[in-house]
Design a protein around this ligand. Structure first.
Ligand SMILES: Nc1ncnc2c1ncn2[C@@H]1O[C@H](COP(=O)(O)OP(=O)(O)OP(=O)(O)O)[C@@H](O)[C@H]1O
Length: 228
């Protein structure tokens, strides 16, 4: 599903964010990406979403090279990937329904389909009763659930979250992680970059650890930190 071959990323200012990364994530996996601040987690995510191009190496998503991909093919790639961020990134002047509907409008979905699908995905995230609210009227956890609904509405094959619980308290973080697990159980590949040590340690998923742009650990049923 996601393959990196010897991928390096050097930013124009000379910062080496990733060095010779090779990794493979299969369809249906749940992976935590961990590592100290500046280790390269966000850069790796940006490469998958083709927000950045690698300086060296190849990246394949679903068997296709996204490095060699043409500009006009990028929207099609992004449609396969749902993205969730620490700061939710909801549109403040639109309701919950409109925020989620917007993601369908930009890919050209019809109104009838939108009216059917948006309540469905909001219900999946347990937030259907907030449909007419504006983001400022919601708690952080509720806003994040709306953001996840938006990420899922076009049925992506991969869901990527960059520090999704960074602005949430522990109980709410757990709630969000349970949703990610449920989404994964339904077949979506899930990649979560996180500093939530307690959750990573409890869930025992595959853990890929980055340090200074290198993979220093890749373990199934892994923990936040190395056992040794
Ligand atoms: N657009 C950019 N231009 C230049 N340097 C960058 C850019 N984006 C990130 N970097 C640098 O690349 C390195 C890796 O950053 P990255 O954001 O990928 O780390 P991270 O592991 O996601 O950190 P955090 O946990 O703080 O989000 C850091 O040294 C950072 O300063």
């Amino acid at each position: 599903m996601i393959r990196f071959f010897n991928v390096s990323k050097v930013y124009p200012n000379g910062v080496k964010a990733l060095t010779g990364i090779t990794l493979q994530i299969e369809k249906g996996e749940f992976v935590f990406l961990v590592g100290p601040s500046g280790a390269g987690k966000s850069t790796l995510i940006k490469l998958i979403f083709r927000e950045e191009l690698p300086t060296k190496g190849q990246i394949y998503i679903g068997g296709r090279s996204i490095v060699r991909m043409k500009h006009r093919e990028v929207p099609g790639l992004r449609r396969q990937i749902g993205m969730v961020f620490q700061d939710f990134r909801l549109l403040p002047d639109r309701t919950v329904f409109e925020n989620v509907a917007f993601a369908m409008q930009v890919v050209g979905a019809g109104w009838k389909e939108i009216k059917k699908r948006v309540p469905e995905v909001l219900q999946q995230m347990g937030i259907q009763d907030r449909m007419k609210y504006y983001p400022r009227q919601l708690s952080g956890g509720e806003q994040q659930r709306v953001a996840i609904a938006r990420a899922l509405v076009n049925r992506p094959v991969i869901l990527i979250a960059d520090e999704p619980t960074g602005n949430l308290d522990m109980d709410t973080s757990w709630e969000i992680m349970h949703y990610f697990q449920e989404i994964n159980r339904q077949g979506t590949t899930v990649l979560v970059a996180t500093h939530a040590r307690e959750i990573v340690d409890a869930l025992r998923k595959r853990v890929i650890a980055l340090e200074r742009g290198n993979i220093v650990r890749d373990e199934y049923q892994g923990a936040y930190a190395s056992a040794t």
